[in-house]
Ligand binder design. Structure first.
Ligand code: HMG
Length: 387
């Protein structure tokens, strides 16, 4: 029996900033942001969205009533949790109307935990073939205004339904992973923004990729020639490009050109959203699925997941014939048409306006068209509503 990703869906907010405008505001060369970092736009989060609402808004678009009955586990991967105790998954269960006999859990290991959640889902469904597992990777990447990491912020959620006989891709049992305790990026409990040793983190990412890729090849007797695409965790899209370039010389010229084309397809959406931590590699997978016209059933797709701190994992998927049926039609086109550009000063205000405090607060949700919104904080309880 084959198990993998049956459906995928994405949500990001209705606001963004333009990277040329951000570069000008920070006295940087626009080409540094556009080419050197590889980002053109960045999602901006209003106070009425958080990782719970973004996750619910992503998953809701792909789930049928039958899915909501059949789901046996809801796993939320995030490093932007809204509570130290209660998991975001149990909020999602209620908001999405998922049956009460489902397990709910939240996972954390920087940007890596979405991959662990996906593997947990695959292994559960392998043991229980009738079951469906909902995996949601939802995050807000925050470094701070006018920091070195600011150009690599972003936000959004990817939802994946894992089942037997999946529509999109079978997840192969070929995972290779490694961990090493490293201080490249972290976020202490007292801080709403990440602490990062930027250049060090980029070097660790590359080192992890090279080592994991080498072990993957040894263990599975595969080379670049076996892959249609390598999909990367993309904290900014130049990062994946650097990692790919590190291994490209292993392939012949035609294969190098083809892998580069696939890589370009895999970063179209990430360039416009920014980093979404746990969901970033999976947004890149969606970008590949929607922007690479040469994809064919049976193609092997490699995915490299990296989470600071640090952990890396490589695995492959086999593309299924009707993969497009597992995606929500026009989802990205609608998002990019709908969302509005905000000025840098408006973004700065929004950045400082998110609901982190402990005081009761009522939020004006009228400008937010999403189905699930955060309406405020009352008696220490976050007020999630569905419209
Ligand atoms: P920086 O100091 O602002 O930038 O930091 P830089 O000086 O290194 O320049 C960046 C690139 O732009 C360089 O290219 C320049 O040459 C180029 P590179 O050498 O890297 O190929 N450049 C130009 N290109 C064209 N035209 C120009 C121009 N000027 C310069 N005019 C940094 C950049 C990414 C370090 C910073 O933004 C940062 O700290 N970001 C956050 C950390 C991060 O994203 N790390 C990635 C690896 S760790 C990871 O992936 C995990 C993570 O997602 C978190 C988690 O796991 O939870 C972050």
């Amino acid at each position: 029996m084959q198990v993998g990703i049956d459906k995928m869906s994405f949500f990001s907010t209705d606001y963004y900033i333009d990277m040329v405008e951000l570069a000008k505001a920070r006295q940087a060369e626009p080409d540094k942001y556009l080419i050197g970092i590889g980002q053109t736009e960045q999602a901006v989060v209003p106070a009425t969205q958080d990782i719970v609402t973004m996750g619910a808004n992503a998953a809701d678009q792909m789930l049928t009533a039958a899915d909501r009955q059949a789901i046996e586990e809801v796993i939320v991967a995030t490093e932007s949790g809204v509570d130290q105790s209660k998991s975001a998954a149990v909020y999602l269960q209620r908001l999405l109307g998922i049956n009460r006999y489902a397990r709910t859990i939240e996972m954390k290991q920087a940007c890596y935990s979405g991959t662990y959640a996906l593997m947990q889902a695959r292994d559960y469904v392998t043991l229980h073939p009738e079951a469906k597992v909902l995996v949601v990777a939802s995050d807000i990447a925050r470094y701070g205004i006018a920091t070195g990491g600011e150009v690599t912020q972003g936000a959004g959620a990817v939802a994946m339904l894992v089942t037997a006989n999946p529509k999109i891709a079978v997840i192969n049992q070929d995972n290779v992973f490694m961990s090493d305790e490293i201080m490249d990026f972290w976020r202490p409990n007292y801080s709403t923004t990440a602490v990062v040793d930027g250049k060090f983190s980029a070097n660790v990412y590359r080192d992890f990729f090279k080592e994991v890729w080498e072990r993957y090849q040894e263990k599975n007797h595969q080379t670049l020639a076996d892959f249609h695409a390598l999909v990367f965790h993309l904290p900014y899209t130049k990062m994946g490009l650097k990692a790919l370039r590190d291994v490209l010389p292993e392939a012949d010229e035609d294969k190098q050109a083809q892998l580069m084309e696939a890589f370009e397809a895999s970063r179209v959406y990430n360039k416009r959203i920014g980093n979404l931590y746990t969901g970033s590699a999976y947004l890149s997978l969606m970008s590949l699925l929607e922007n690479d016209p040469t994809l064919q059933a049976g193609d092997k797709l490699g995915l490299f997941s990296y989470g600071s701190g640090a952990e890396g994992e490589m695995f492959s998927m086999t593309l299924q014939a009707n993969y497009q049926d597992g995606l929500v039609a026009n989802q990205f086109a609608d998002l990019f048409n709908r969302r509005q550009k905000v000025s840098i000063s408006e973004y700065e205000q929004m950045f400082n306006d998110l609901l982190f405090g402990s005081e009761d607060r009522e939020l004006d949700t009228s400008a937010d068209v999403a189905k699930f919104v955060l309406a405020g904080l009352k008696d220490q309880k976050r007020q999630y509503i569905e419209r």
